[in-house]
Design a protein around this ligand. Structure first.
Ligand code: FPP
Length: 248
């Protein structure tokens, strides 16, 4: 079944895990897995746009990834700059708007320039918002939002924090996918995933194709999202609100 026939999540967030293992299994350097991961990501962006997903947020480099071998870190930086130069014209024609989410101060001038250029070139697109989390951590986002409010002397409330987050331009993810068989959040969209439906796949990211995305979306379509309410309230909202009025 095509996912397009079911309920399509507005916002999908993905931890693209398993590139290293994909490469190691083939006796290739880890960076080769990340390169293959870019191919998967390109197909994923295209498929999400085609089936009507409006926001896609991916974890491309975490604040903790600096601890990886220097060769892998520089490989990922180079890959980002190259992938942007190569892919942005096509993304541009597909109506994709790119946003970088993360701490830019720690990145080289070349990487920062590449990010700024990709954002500027796609700024007017509206079909799919594509957030690339790079040098990002969920705790970093919460802390930077709090620091921003404190510097402005503004009170810290759920609402004000929400508005100061680096991901404030999009609604929270409906579906959070992690590939690669691990079942953890790993400091991704910590604040925004409060009510996301979680989906874990054993497939490694380079193997996660359009059919795998459709399977995740089909699974999402079967979930009952309650946002703290009871099942009865969700399935029959009119009836439960009438009952609530009666009881009041
Ligand atoms: C996790 O797999 C993946 C990453 C740390 C990088 C994700 C990056 C891409 C998919 C490529 C797109 C990147 C750019 C730069 C646009 P892992 O290396 O932790 O895999 P493992 O768990 O098998 O070791």
């Amino acid at each position: 079944m095509s996912a397009a026939a079911g309920k399509i999540p507005h916002h999908i967030a993905i931890v693209m895990d398993g590139n290293g293992r994909w490469a190691t299994k083939r006796f290739l350097p880890r960076v080769a897995g990340h390169k293959k991961g870019v191919d998967s990501l390109r197909a994923c962006v295209r498929h999400c746009g085609d089936i009507g997903v409006k926001v896609l947020t991916v974890f491309a480099f975490s604040s903790e990834n600096w601890n990886r071998p220097a060769e892998e870190v520089s490989g990922l930086m180079e890959l980002l700059v190259m992938a942007l130069a190569r892919e942005v014209p096509q993304l541009q024609s597909e109506g994709v708007r790119i946003h970088f989410i993360g701490e830019r101060a720690g990145l080289s001038e070349k990487v920062r320039a590449g990010l700024a250029q990709a954002e500027a070139n796609t700024a007017h697109n509206t079909r799919l918002t594509f957030n690339i989390c790079f040098n990002y951590g969920g705790r970093w986002d919460i802390a930077q939002a709090a620091a921003k409010l404190a510097a402005r002397g503004e009170p810290i409330t759920e609402q004000s924090l929400n508005g100061a987050m680096a991901l404030a331009h999009v609604p929270d993810p409906d579906l959070l996918i992690r590939t690669g068989g691990e079942m953890r959040i790993s400091n991704f969209v910590m604040w925004q995933a409060a009510y996301s439906e979680l989906y874990f796949s054993d497939k490694l990211w380079p193997e996660f194709d359009a059919a795998a995305i459709d399977a995740a979306i089909a699974d999402f379509g079967k979930r009952e999202r309650r946002f703290g309410r009871t099942s009865a309230q969700v399935t029959s909202p009119a009836e439960s609100s009438a009952r609530r009025k009666k009881a009041a």
